[in-house]
Design a protein around this ligand. Structure first.
Ligand code: ADP
Ligand code: MG
Length: 511
């Protein structure tokens, strides 16, 4: 008999429906169990898991000819997530499951040898694909039900074991559908995040990070060792605005595919903060591999990518960042076409000013030759530096300030301003696709939204003439001014906003 069941393939961050056809031939002479349709080893091994789990669930597994076809046949199948659909197909083909229970229904899960249904990665996009394609219900492992429940408009049935599933499909022991909890955003936790109040001095760097968070502006911190650059970056998550529901779902989808979600709280409530080490591989950073996985730039989507000691990263690594920084997506070429992942992150980099670290320090003398300094500074290429909105020095903190008990402003209080500024941006941009923060503005939008007062215009003009800003740098100053104005709740960009924005241009000629 022939049975047809539905499963789902994960390609990048998207799910594609796969038909699983199981043909059972009781007259076949030799026992066989063949899977066709570009299965990889994980899928081929499904045979052993299905066979054992069917038997160990007390069900019949006639040892005859099975042919399983996974279609579309030209789409490579990689995951163990087809186990459940193949198992259900085998049971339906051998008359142990009513065929009518399988229409518009999707099965996702790995089988263990004793018949339990196990977690697989990427459940959320798989369930979303089922919803998009008009499926009625999805069967997933009980463990994956909360994640599947993030997709509304489709029934989720949590399955513990294959045996319980069969009883359910016969209506003997119905499994109640998973009752999704209402999706709420806004309960971000900040445990373990450094508070701005605990960082002494460094007022300018803190202000720069506030602006960075306020409009998602790429930032480079430069200063001698031990002045708090790493500390400041680690405090950044505490002042980032809460993700909107749309953003939270986007982040969650990526983390579902990377298999980094918590089972009990599947929705990611905080913006990611990724700090890859400089020894990271290219595939680790931008994504890739034979089954393309999202890299750090995608895991940092809607959050922060922090490159500490950025000059230690190889020039090649830094160069590949150019595309995601500019396009906010990353394209991974594969043998069969290419794949894109989202990669809209806030880039924060920290560096020492020279190899010994003390160039420009008023206390400790720099021991580097001018040549060494020049070579060191050229490790960050012009095109990369041109994509930085904020350059800020993080100098040595005076002893009195460091030892004093004067508390700075808390992260929570800075975050309020950041949230208010982001609210202004959301209201301004409405539903314009691709526009989440000021740094996302393109030329037309800059013209439309960055309205300067006459004095502000005059100052900017003067500065452009004096420092010979490139067109790109000019637009960066405008966007930055827009954020500074938003942080002070000002509709127009005034002279003090432009004056502050200009301060964050690099001292050396990068633009
Ligand atoms: N401004 C500061 N306020 C409080 N502690 C600081 C400050 N700067 C540095 N420190 C202390 O020094 C340590 C090293 O700072 P770090 O951020 O690693 O410096 P950098 O990255 O600039 O080399 C921190 O963990 C912290 O204990
Ligand atoms: Mg450091």
């Amino acid at each position: 008999m022939l049975a047809k069941v539905h499963a789902c393939a994960l390609v990048g961050l998207d799910g594609y429906i796969v038909d699983v056809e199981v043909d059972f031939n009781p007259r076949a002479g030799i026992p066989s169990f063949t899977i066709v349709g570009l299965p990889d080893n994980a899928v081929k091994e499904s045979r052993e898991r299905v066979r054992a789990s069917v038997k160990n669930s007390g069900l019949q597994f006639p040892n005859k000819g099975y042919v399983v076809n996974l279609s579309p046949a030209d789409l490579p199948k990689h995951s163990t997530a087809y186990d459940l659909a193949i198992g259900v197909g085998v049971l339906a083909a051998t008359d142990q499951i009513p065929l009518n229970a399988l229409s518009r229904t999707l099965f996702i899960g790995e089988l263990s040898l004793d018949g339990r249904v196990r977690h697989v990665k990427g459940v959320m996009p798989l369930v979303y694909a089922a919803y998009r394609e008009g499926f009625r219900q999805v069967y997933v492992s009980a463990e994956d039900a909360p994640q599947a429940g993030l997709v509304s408009g489709i029934e989720i049935i949590p399955v513990e074991t294959l045996g319980l599933l069969v009883e359910h499909l016969y209506g003997l022991n119905p499994i109640p559908a998973y009752a999704s909890e209402p999706i709420l955003v806004g309960s971000a936790a900040y445990d373990g995040v450094v508070d701005f109040a605990d960082i002494k001095g460094q007022e300018q760097a803190k202000r720069a990070l506030e602006i960075a968070a306020g409009g998602n502006h790429n930032t480079l911190m430069s200063g001698p060792p031990g002045t708090g650059k790493t500390l400041l970056a680690r405090a950044l998550p505490g002042i980032l605005p809460m993700p909107t529901l749309e953003e939270a779902l986007e982040i969650t989808r990526i983390y579902s595919v990377a298999d980094l979600l918590k089972n009990d709280h599947p929705l990611v409530q905080t913006r990611p903060f990724r700090a890859p080490h400089h020894t990271i591989s290219m595939a680790g950073l931008i994504g890739g591999g034979s089954i393309p996985r999202p890299g750090e730039v995608t895991l940092a989507h809607r959050g922060v990518l922090f490159l500490d000691e950025c000059t230690e990263h190889s020039p090649k690594t830094l160069e590949v960042l150019r595309q995601p920084i500019e396009d906010k997506i990353v394209t991974i070429s594969r043998a069969k076409g290419s794949l894109t992942f989202p990669a809209n992150f806030l880039l924060v980099m920290a560096q020492n000013p020279c190899p010994c670290g003390y160039y420009g320090d008023p206390v400790k003398a720099c021991t580097c030759t001018p040549n060494m300094i020049a070579r060191y500074q050229s490790r960050l290429s012009g095109p990369l530096l041109d994509r930085i909105d904020i350059y800020v020095d993080v100098p040595r903190v005076e002893y009195d300030k460091l030892m004093g008990d004067r508390q700075g402003e808390s992260s929570a209080s800075v975050r309020e301003r950041v949230e208010a500024a982001r609210d202004r941006q959301r209201r301004r941009f409405g539903d314009t696709p691709g526009l989440f923060a000021n740094s996302d503005m393109r030329v037309g939008e800059i013209q439309k939204f960055c309205v300067l007062t006459p004095e502000a215009r005059q100052l900017l003009e003067l500065s452009v003439r004096r420092t010979q800003l490139s067109a790109r740098a000019y637009h960066r100053v405008l966007k930055l001014s827009r954020t500074i104005a938003d942080l002070s709740d000002s509709e127009h960009i005034e002279v003090q906003h432009v004056a502050e924005a200009i301060q964050y241009r690099p001292q050396r000629a990068a633009s």
